[in-house]
Design a binder for this molecule. Sequence first.
Ligand SMILES: Cc1cc2nc3c(=O)[nH]c(=O)nc-3n(C[C@H](O)[C@H](O)[C@H](O)COP(=O)(O)OP(=O)(O)OC[C@H]3O[C@@H](n4cnc5c(N)ncnc54)[C@H](O)[C@@H]3O)c2cc1C
Length: 491
Amino acid sequence: MKRKIAIIGSGFSSLSAASYLAKQNFEVHVFEKNSTLGGRARQLKKDGFTFDMGPSWYWMPDVFESFYNDFGTTTSDLYELERLDPGYQVVFGEKESISIGDSLEKIYEVFEQEETGSQKKLERFMASAKENYDIAIKDLVYRPGISPLELVTPVTIKKINYFLSTIKKDVYKEFKSPKLRQILQFPVLFLGAKPSNTPSFYNFMNWADFGLGTWHPKNGMYRIVEGMVQIAESLGVVFHTNASVEKIQVNSSGKAEGIVVNGDLIDADIVLSGADYHHTETLLDQSYRAYSESYWDKKVFAPSSLLFYVGVNKKVRDVHHHNLFFDVDFDTHAQAIYDTPKWPEKPLFYANFPSVTDPSMAPEGKEACFLLIPIAPGIEDTSALRSHYYDLVMSRLEKLTGQNLKKHVEFVESFCVNDFVKEYNSYKGNAYGLANTLLQTAFLRPKLKSKKVNDLYFTGQLTVPGPGVPPALISGKLVADLISKKLNLSD
Ligand SMILES: Cc1cc2nc3c(=O)[nH]c(=O)nc-3n(C[C@H](O)[C@H](O)[C@H](O)COP(=O)(O)OP(=O)(O)OC[C@H]3O[C@@H](n4cnc5c(N)ncnc54)[C@H](O)[C@@H]3O)c2cc1C
């Protein structure tokens, strides 16, 4: 008889684990509380506009390709992927921006124009970033975070200095231009932490940015979800939507033996949760929880976000697919997220206009616009605050791009802390999990395997390797390997 695995949640990590486990010939069921699959990578379709509600940056195409290859398929079998040129622009003021092109040569040229001598420095910086990327992808991120020894290899030993300094220090030492400094620190934001709190080793994210580029799947990021669901279903995974898991059933000898969904007990040999780790532990009786409330409270979480999905009834000038509005002080905003949590007075923001490069995302002659302000998790979220920040950001967008936009808006939908909690059971409404700081890396993160309940496992952005879509795919593979080993040993 096939062994049965019940997976909680259908985010990328769960979808990844489900396919690896089904490939091992286990019976896999995925239970998702919402009506759609894909977790935070939700899609909003309205009046002919299409918005990716969560992730919008497709980085590290090699990680996606490697996942698809494990199932005998390839990216181009599932969706059309285009490298964006420019990858993105960073706006520093009215008519003041820097665009990041689709090759290192173009980027070197832009750096040299901004700061004489910076090309040579960037070449050196990128050489180390590439080396670290290769080490991270080949040697480190595919480790399950069980022991510190996983990190000790002949190659990583030589890199110890990269764990003693920070990205911010390295960037400030080499580059004088405030604009270049901001551009080089931007990729760290995907790790959920401040550049001053992120080890230099994570400069591999700069290789992901400049070296590997920013890509877009035609019709949007939701194509990844559709592709992964297609792979999972072809292997026999069964999806149950509108299936909120209310409890993890543990027997008297401390073994997970099933889940309660809409009042029904569903038996399973293994329970795996890709839902928010903190929330998952609340589905257990207190004595079976491995981490206390104060443990979670002390952790550095990735920011939450205030998001707007805006349908604009005209084409918008002077914007690209991805736009970072860094026209205000980066450090002051970061303090409002990490040090003294409060709404930022002058927020940085990100604006995504996917219809600039992909006409399928908006009706002809119109523009789909997605706005994101990173904010501290757990802060107050009211409709008055949302409308204040909508006005503020739209006015800045109008001023910085020199055009009227507000009066061309057909509709606006918003999403913030309260929605992250309600829709995804997210701890304090965090948008993308537990940050990757030095003390929250690898074996120092919450474990893939429960320390208190047998046959209960975890995956996703609060465990290893960390936040983001590519890490979620890797997290699913890591936990599937642990479960397969366990089940195959007990054969
Ligand atoms: C606004 C935003 C922008 C982002 N931008 C990017 C980006 O550009 N690029 C990038 O790589 N990453 C980005 N990320 C991060 C990335 O989306 C996440 O790290 C990744 O999708 C997390 O996947 P996951 O599998 O860990 O969890 P999730 O996507 O959170 O999936 C967990 C699932 O569990 C379900 N669930 C929760 N509780 C229960 C329950 N009791 N019963 C049943 N189901 C339950 C939830 O509904 C959810 O579907 C972004 C995230 C957000 C929110």
